[in-house]
Design a protein around this ligand. Structure first.
Ligand code: PRP
Ligand code: ZN
Length: 286
C-alpha cells in the first residue's frame, strides 16, 4: 500500500467545517463521503481521522496520526511532544473566565478563594499564579458552562468564540487568559515519504491562505495618471498595463491585500481610475 499522510481533525465542533474546507480548497477530495471515524482522499495520499480535538495532540505524539489540526489552546494545555508547523488563520477564539451575569465583578480579586470549573487546569493555573490569586480549580471534562448554574463552581474558564454559549447560560466574560487559533501540528519525526507529502500539503495550504487574503483588481486609467495609479498597486511583481482601444486610456491589472483594500480603492478613484473590478483569487503561488 502506498504511503499516506494520516491527519487528525476535530470530529465535530468549532474547527470541523473549516478544517475540511481547508483540505477541499487544497484540492483534496474524499471519495466515499465522510464516515464518522476515518476517510481516505482519492486524489492525494492522505487519510483523515475524526477525533475529539482535545485528544489530537496525544494521537500525534503517539504517531497514530502524523499531523493534526487543533486549536493552540489544546496544544498548550496538553503539553505534548508535537511541533506546530503552521498557523491556519481560522478557529480564532479565546480562553476566558466568565461569571454569572448579575455578579458584581470589578477585578480578578473577585476570584480569590472561589471555585473555577474548567477543562484547562494548566492554563488557568498559570493565570492565577501570575495574578497571585488563590482559587480552587475544578477540572471537568465538558459542559463547563452549566457549572455555575448548578452550584458546582462560582466561575468558569472556557473557550469563547461567538459568545453565544456564555450568553445562553447567563454568564458574562470577565477576563481573557489566552488567544488561540487553529494550527497544523506534526509528529517530531516523520518518515521521508510522509515528510514529502507534508511539504506538498503545506505548499498548497500557503497558496490557499495567501489567496484568501488577496483580491485581483482590474481598472481603467487615464494615461496621464498611470504613474500615480501604478504606485498604489505594487502587484506580485508589478502591475500589468495594457492599452485600451480608446486612445489615452490603459487597463491596469494587479492584486491587492484585503487589509488595505478600501483605502487603496479610494485613492485609485481620486487618481481618476474608472470601471474598477475586484475578483476573488482561488490560489496564489509566489
Ligand atoms: C468550545 C467551548 C464552548 C464553545 C464556545 O467548545 O467549550 O462550548 O466552543 O463557542 P461560542 O462562544 O461560539 O458559543 P469546543 O469547540 O472546543 O468543543 P468541545 O467542548 O466539544 O471540545
Ligand atoms: Zn475542545
Amino acid at each position: 500500500m502506498p504511503t499516506r499522510l494520516r491527519i487528525a481533525i476535530q470530529k465535530s465542533g468549532r474547527l470541523y467545517d473549516d478544517s475540511l474546507k481547508l483540505l477541499k480548497d487544497c484540492g483534496i477530495d474524499f471519495k466515499n463521503g465522510i464516515n464518522k471515524l476515518k476517510t481516505e482522499a482519492d486524489n492525494f495520499p492522505m487519510e483523515v481521522f475524526f477525533l475529539r480535538d482535545d485528544d489530537i495532540p496525544q494521537y500525534v505524539e503517539d504517531a497514530v496520526a502524523d499531523i493534526g489540526i487543533v486549536g493552540e489552546n489544546v496544544i498548550y494545555e496538553k503539553n505534548k511532544k508535537v511541533i506546530v508547523s503552521e498557523k491556519l488563520g481560522f478557529g480564532k477564539c479565546r480562553l476566558s473566565i466568565a461569571v454569572g451575569r448579575s455578579e458584581q465583578y470589578t477585578d480578578c480579586q473577585y476570584l480569590e478563594g472561589r471555585k473555577i470549573a474548567t477543562t484547562y487546569p494548566l492554563l488557568v493555573g498559570k493565570f492565577l499564579q501570575e495574578k497571585k490569586i488563590r482559587a480552587e480549580i475544578h477540572e471537568i471534562s465538558g459542559s463547563v458552562e452549566i457549572a455555575p448554574g448548578i452550584g458546582l463552581a462560582d466561575a468558569i474558564a472556557d473557550l469563547v468564540s461567538s459568545g453565544s454559549t456564555l450568553f445562553m447560560n447567563g454568564l458574562k466574560e470577565v477576563e481573557t487568559i489566552f488567544h488561540s487559533e487553529a494550527v497544523l501540528i506534526r509528529h517530531p519525526l516523520l518518515g521521508n515519504e510522509q515528510q514529502q507529502i507534508l511539504e506538498k500539503l503545506l505548499f498548497r495550504i500557503r497558496a490557499v491562505r495567501k489567496a484568501r487574503h488577496t483580491k485581483y483588481i482590474l481598472l481603467n486609467a487615464p494615461n496621464e495618471n498611470l504613474r500615480e495609479i501604478i504606485s498604489l498597486l505594487p502587484g506580485m511583481k508589478s502591475p500589468t498595463v495594457l492599452p485600451l482601444a480608446e486612445p489615452g486610456w490603459s487597463s491596469v491589472h494587479s492584486v491587492v491585500n484585503e487589509d488595505d483594500f478600501w483605502e487603496i480603492i479610494e485613492k485609485l478613484k481620486l487618481a481618476g481610475a474608472q470601471g474598477i473590478l475586484v475578483v476573488p483569487i482561488e490560489k496564489m503561488i509566489l
